[in-house]
Design a binder for this molecule. Sequence first.
Ligand code: GZL
Ligand code: ZN
Length: 337
Amino acid sequence: MKRSLKLLVITAALFALASVGLFANGQKESAGAGTAASSSSGKTIVLGFSQVGAESEWRTANTRSIQQAAKDAGIDLKFSDAQQQQQNQIAAIRSFIAQKVDVISFSPVVTTGWDAVLQEAKSAGIPVILTDRAVDVKDPSLYVSLIGSDFTLEGERAANWMLKFMDDHGYANKEVSVAEIEGTVGSAPAIDRKKGWDNVMKDHSNWKIVLDQTGDFTRAGGKQVMEAFLKTGKHIDVLFAHNDDMAIGAIEAMKEAGVNPGKDIRIISIDATKGGFQAMMAGELNCVVECNPLLGPQLMQAVKDMLAGKTLPRWIKTNEGIFPADVAAKVFPTRQY
Ligand code: GZL
Ligand code: ZN
């Protein structure tokens, strides 16, 4: 009896010391690094994050934001890059489960095929927070929250802006032929940006999508698709690219074919990256719709709040704007990605 009482007192004392972080690494945290964020058990929070890949300027800004925010928050980040392959993301999630991380977060490359692995995370008692892209799962309890944009709204913003721009340039009630370069097949942004565009254009029968192919969100993809579009000889008035990188690749293809980007073919894309602003300032891109990649701080706050027992909103939406070429030079110096 005495021995177990003694043991109990020592454990309680250890717990008390741990919870005030006295077992942290002792020396003063170097300036800038966040103090170790601890879960209720007092130990440093370990977050497993599976990233889509490094396919675009948006994605590298997103990765930088997550890695920096984890450092600032004192969260131990296990980061894996899936090179845009779903099976790599599934393997990464399984390894996080094996490592018994506190929380799993990921940006799902496509919307389907996650039920089994997320069920394994749930059975292991590890909560999942999605960033950037959504999943389509039968059991909604397989993830706690999604931190990301409303892609349908982004597609609607793109369509509404281009509709007004073309009407103002003499195309009201005239045939407008649209080429669409879509994002990764089956990804939430590609599905929903297309849906948003179509939501607006269904009321304007003079607007027709005459060419439509995926460029997989990369510059190379956008260039190859635009080269193929131009080879068809079809008349194109407007290019709708699902991200800036594919628009920039398409612009290269147009210039190589003697087509004047932003003039012969008007162009709108989504992300609002530095590359997008530079193309607008060069007069080669007419407008960008913002899609904010700087999700790191919101993710780390959500992880801490969730582990502290707070209920998270099901969808933490990012606020975003739209930037036509005529404001690009003024706005560019304020851009963070
Ligand atoms: C959108 C994000 C998309 C970007 C692309 O939130 O998932 O993936 O628009 C990126 O640039 O590749
Ligand atoms: Zn025309």
